[in-house]
Write a protein that binds this ligand. Sequence first.
Ligand code: CA
Length: 364
Amino acid sequence: MFRFTLILSLAFVYLGLFGCSSEKSTPSTAVNYEKAKFEWKLVTSWPKNFPGLGVGPERFAELVKEMSNGRLIIKVFGAGEIVPALEVFDAVSRGTVEMGHSGAYYWKGKAPAAQFFASVPFGLTAQEMNGWLHHGGGLELWEKVYAPYGVIPMAGGNTGVQMAGWFNKEINSMADLKGLKMRIPGLGGEVLARAGGSPVTLPGGEIYTALQTNLIDATEWVGPYNDLAFGLFQVGKYYYYPGWHEPGTTLEFMINAKAFNALPTDLKAIVRAAARVINQDMLDDYMSNNQKALQTLMFDHKVELRELPKPVMDELRKLSNEVLDEVANADPLTKEVFESFNAYRAKVRAYNDITERSYMNSRH
Ligand code: CA
């Protein structure tokens, strides 16, 4: 009892002293810290509010605003509003803007390893990518790849399995890919080059005109939801599947490291949590809207759907493995990323053969 009273007395003395001193002093820095407000700019590689890709960063900004009670305001800009679509990485790296939203394979010229964090031909599906990134060591490697540029990456959405694309001639054999000028980014483009085609990297906003004016013979973009929005059915004859080159493309949030490190701990946690929410939400958006858009393309616009022949797929897979082996040797860090990715792919494939694949086959 005596001991309890003593502790209570000491506590009152302590509170009393603390109370007196705080009344006389200026508000503590901790209070200011919590009230600090931040305004960021986020540039994207997509048209403003473009279905899926462009909506994701908008929802991210809204979510961060609500979660932070208005302490972190992020203004989203479409491609070309501050910087062109394919200069998003540089803008974030330089600190021209605090954030970007894009696809990591666009930066293969800077860091070949970046491509593994977007999509790899015959690589991981959306669900598998999320597993590798968040519970398989992938995100740590991604952070390591971007660290020299002062950029912090976070997964920022996923399209699911894409379509092979729009072709103005039929693809019946590998010979049909020879000389084919096709808009196809990243490692898929390198595989096409190995098959004798000419890959072109163009931002989404330029694809329609390029196909319409025969600057290219074929293009891939994303899937029905986005391809319908761009009206690609008006300029492409055959709509091929599946998207062997992009089986589960992860989009990315990029954050200028100095800007991120200047945030208080709670805002950092809010940014990370909101990115995880949007990463999943975009995939849900695609799953729901892709199937609706495909119906519209097939039944309202009479689009001719074609499956790539098995011999073509088998050969593309062989070429893809050759390309991956070569890209892996670009530098030690790319090798490290490739080995992590490849080991995960082997394990998850074996597992998904008896779960996802088995179930999907039995559902028919
Ligand atoms: Ca694509």
